[in-house]
Design a protein around this ligand. Sequence first.
Ligand code: ZN
Length: 133
Amino acid sequence: MQIDHIGIAVKNMEEASATYEKLLGKPSYKTEVVDGQKVEAVFFEAGESKVELLAATTSDSVIASFIKKQGEGIHHLAFRVENLEKEIERLKKEGFELVHNIPRKGADNKRIVFLHPKKNHGVLVELCESIKP
Ligand code: ZN
């Protein structure tokens, strides 16, 4: 598995985008609102991987509650997989726990699932598979 992206929860997307644009030395390549997850996602390339800034679009968004509890910061680590169903099956057998059992449509044209942080030493892990055209 390769790291696809690191998701970072931010309060103010405008400010955070400006910061990461300066940090990475280039502008974001994509902005997307994911209604199902009530987030706005802004993507930056960082070599082979990406940085995904996430801001809540509603006060009941998971990102809003994350920030309320923990403040801004790293929200999840995402690994790219070739076959999501196969990996889900493998990881379930290994004792990992999924947050939702059915893959969802994520940002950046991906199908995603999250692995519960309690089995991953406190890290929310996303598995993502590119949706083939
Ligand atoms: Zn993500």
